[in-house]
Design a protein around this ligand. Structure first.
Ligand SMILES: [Zn+2]
Length: 337
């Protein structure tokens, strides 16, 4: 299984924390993963409503506050309602340590109306809805580190744009959602998000477990809790990380062909592998058999990002760090062990 990665090396976390005192604008490393392996649990269903285009556009203008607690699910429901009936489904793949839902909004044309909870239970149906033959599944995951908050918002805005764009007939978005099965998981660490405080970047590994917004509520770094092909130790126990367990279970039941994981901390598109058998700290290019595809995808993303494409993000604390074309192989950047 390809590992998800931290956006910074552990030995650089001091600098990371200093840097994150600046506003977290555009600090969205895109971590690309090609995966195979679908379905999900359920909690809510997206209502296909008759929200007007004007109504959804008004909602699109609200970029000035974070979606805390239940507001995240409500924002995703509103995003779903901005599209036509049958375009979106909202469901949860599980719960965080503190019991918050791990919301996923699925967007693709032809889902049909969601079943009622009773009908779904009787028929053994999943709230995510059936897989659609021939339609590739793609997922984006954000806010795995609870204090890296921008992606949580951005994925809601993306959901809104996809749904409302489809409704208004934007040719690019119509084509996309007619041919691709898109899954957006804005927050894998909702507990950490609620603990995080803007400007409070010092409660990292030195604080007592559970105090940092970065970790889950058992003090675990979700991004260091996945099995790793190059690890020689015991696989991590999933008992402390229900968020990771839920994600792994969900991935295994599905057939995602492309995944991205959004973090804060630098501006770069990073692609697998994230470590190598030797675990050299930095400078080892650890290739996958899909290296050319990953490079292509990373470049496509970076070249459309006004800062990333320069390869010189000038992040505070790392002003001299550069990335050719705004991309990097993960292990070449630093080894995630
Ligand atoms: Zn991160």
């Amino acid at each position: 299984m390809a590992s998800v990665r931290e956006e910074r090396a552990p030995w650089r976390l001091g600098r990371l924390r200093r840097r994150l005192r600046s506003p977290p604008l555009l600090l969205l490393p895109l971590l690309l993963l090609l995966r195979s392996s679908a379905q999900a649990a359920h909690i809510k269903k997206a209502e296909a409503t008759t929200t007007t285009v004007a109504g959804s556009e008004a909602a699109e203008g609200q970029f000035d506050h974070y979606y805390h607690e239940a507001a995240l699910g409500e924002a995703l429901e509103a995003a779903a309602a901005a599209g036509p009936p049958g375009l979106a489904r909202l469901f949860s793949i599980g719960s965080s340590v503190e019991g918050r839902p791990l919301w996923v909004l699925r967007l693709t044309a032809g889902l049909g109306p969601p079943p009622t909870a009773t009908a779904a239970a009787a028929a053994g149906l999943d709230a995510a809805g059936p897989l659609l033959p021939g339609r590739p599944q793609v997922k984006l995951v954000g806010n795995m580190h609870g204090d890296e908050t921008v992606s949580r918002q951005v994925l809601v805005y993306l959901a809104r744009e996809l749904a409302s764009g489809y409704r208004r007939g934007d040719p690019r978005l119509v084509r996309l959602l007619n041919t691709t099965d898109v899954y957006l998981l804005p927050s894998l660490n909702p507990d950490g998000f609620e603990r995080a405080r803007e400007g409070d970047c010092g409660l990292g590994d030195s604080g007592p477990p559970g105090t940092s917004g970065r970790y889950n509520s058992r003090g675990r770094d979700l991004n260091r809790s996945f099995p790793d092909q190059f690890s020689t130790g015991k696989p991590p126990s999933l008992d402390e990380v229900p968020e990771v367990r839920a994600l792994i279970d969900w991935i295994r039941k599905n057939k995602f062909v492309l995944s991205g994981n959004l973090h804060g901390g630098s501006v770069v598109a990073s692609y697998p592998f994230d470590d190598s058998p030797k675990h050299v700290a930095t400078g080892i290019y650890s290739k996958t058999s899909d290296d050319e595809v990953f490079r292509y995808l990373a470049k496509a993303y970076a070249s459309n990002h006004p800062i990333m494409k320069t390869g010189e993000p000038h992040c505070p604390g790392d002003e001299d760090e550069t990335f050719k074309d705004g991309i990097t192989n993960g292990a070449h950047w630093y080894d995630v062990e």
